[in-house]
Design a protein around this ligand. Structure first.
Ligand SMILES: Cc1ncc(COP(=O)(O)O)c(C=O)c1O
Length: 395
């Protein structure tokens, strides 16, 4: 089966955050948008077919979750991640970020220290602060080669200082790490020793390059660790606008506590289109996803090579998963606001500023490469030209 990821799709004027908010965010409508984490690829054919079929029925009323969705989701995780999910442990949620808020509210008390590991997806910080918990930072450590790893010594200090919960990103956005078996085991040992609840955000679980393997923490079968996992088909299949995700919560009391929080918000996670799309994705999406990861791997490799040869002032951190590349731009010697302006004004590229992901992200940018490769190539030609022009001015 072949899929055409090179096909450009005009997303302008579709209400796309990535395209239609450019003036507001970058001050220009014409930047190449390589920022927010959605893809410029058409969804897998079975998803659009299923949606069209559902749309053809002209009533879009209040909706319930069919058992079939749990079945296809459990089959997906068993097939792709060797993870046996107990169907009753699934809590449907209107998105991963709301599920992080609900979990923190349900499983910790106001004022409790909650750990996050910057540089990390910005809503992790607000999930702690907006729920009136205390933010405790356990920054990732960068090795000499630029790779990131968990600072376990500091993590132990966090536990000794009274941390109650860790919001873990696996695979990690923005640094692209797919955590190894050894790292995950060490993390579970720590969580068990100090009885710290781990909320593992596995939204990028399926977006792992072929040479790496994502291991859900839940597959380690550690019954004494308090663990809940957030998953979704949204990133995997480019359907995040539909708003649906799941928490896998094995402990019945924790599940009830989380459900009580959702009940108090009176927001239903069920809508006819998200259910239809998720069901089709988990049922028929394997080939499309394998082809996607192969395409993204080639794009990632092209970027690594191009940047090393033509733009060594920018170090591309080798991503093991996600379609987000973490660019170390510190050698450009620009402060954060200048860095964003440089990419927007001199190169015409709209990316996320590293400092969004915490102070340790200063001097970095995050690039989304989930678009036709020709666009990524064009973007890097523009970046290399802008960097050379700046370099020749400064020497
Ligand atoms: C780690 C992580 N969690 C959650 C989300 C967003 O999830 P949702 O749109 O379901 O709230 C993202 C989006 O980029 C993400 O990278």
């Amino acid at each position: 089966m072949s899929f055409d990821f090179d096909q450009p799709i005009d997303r302008e004027n579709t209400g796309s955050l990535k395209f239609d908010a450019r003036r507001q965010l970058f001050g220009r409508e014409d930047v190449i948008p390589l920022w927010v984490a959605d893809m410029d690829f058409a969804v897998a054919e079975p998803i659009s077919q299923a949606l069209q079929q559902r749309a053809a029925h002209p009533v879009y009323g209040y909706t319930v979750f069919p058992d079939e969705l749990k079945t296809v989701m459990c089959d997906w995780f068993a097939r792709r991640h060797q993870w046996t999910i107990e169907p009753d442990s699934i809590v449907w949620c209107p998105g991963v970020v709301p599920s992080l808020h609900a979990s923190i509210l349900a499983l910790t008390e106001p004022g409790d220290p909650v750990i996050v590991q910057p540089p990390v997806y910005a809503p992790f910080f607000t999930a702690v602060t907006q729920t009136q918990r205390q933010l405790m930072l356990n920054p990732l450590q960068q090795t000499a080669s630029g790779d990131y790893q968990i600072d376990f010594d500091h993590l132990q200090q966090c536990a000794e200082a009274g941390a109650k919960c860790l919001v873990f990103c696996s695979p990690h956005n923005p640094v692209g790490r797919v955590w190894s078996q050894t790292e995950l085991q060490q993390l579970l040992d720590w969580a068990e020793q100090y009885q710290i609840t781990v909320i593992s955000d596995d939204i990028h679980a399926d977006l792992v390059y072929p040479e790496f393997k994502h291991r859900p923490l839940a597959t380690f079968e550690r019954p004494d660790v308090k663990l809940i996992t957030a998953v979704s088909a949204s990133k995997t299949f480019n359907i995040p606008g539909l708003g649906l995700s799941a928490l896998v919560v094995d402990d019945a009391e924790q599940r009830q506590a989380i459900n009580r929080v959702f009940d108090s918000w009176h927001v239903s996670a069920a809508n006819p289109f998200s259910i239809t799309a998720f069901t089709a994705a988990y049922q028929y999406g394997d080939d499309w996803l394998d082809a996607l990861m192969d395409y993204l791997r080639q794009t990632r490799d092209w970027v690594m090579e191009f940047a090393a040869d033509n733009c060594p002032q920018i170090q591309v951190i080798p991503a093991q998963g996600t379609y987000l590349l973490w660019l170390d731009c510190r050698q450009l010697g620009l402060k954060d606001a200048e860095l964003k302006r440089f990419f927007v004004e001199q190169a015409g590229i709209g990316m996320n500023q590293g400092k969004m992901f915490g102070d340790v992200g200063r001097g970095f940018m995050r690039m989304n490469i989930a678009c036709p490769r020709a666009i990524v190539e064009q973007a890097w030609q523009l970046i290399a030209r802008a960097v050379h022009a700046r370099h020749s001015k400064t020497i």
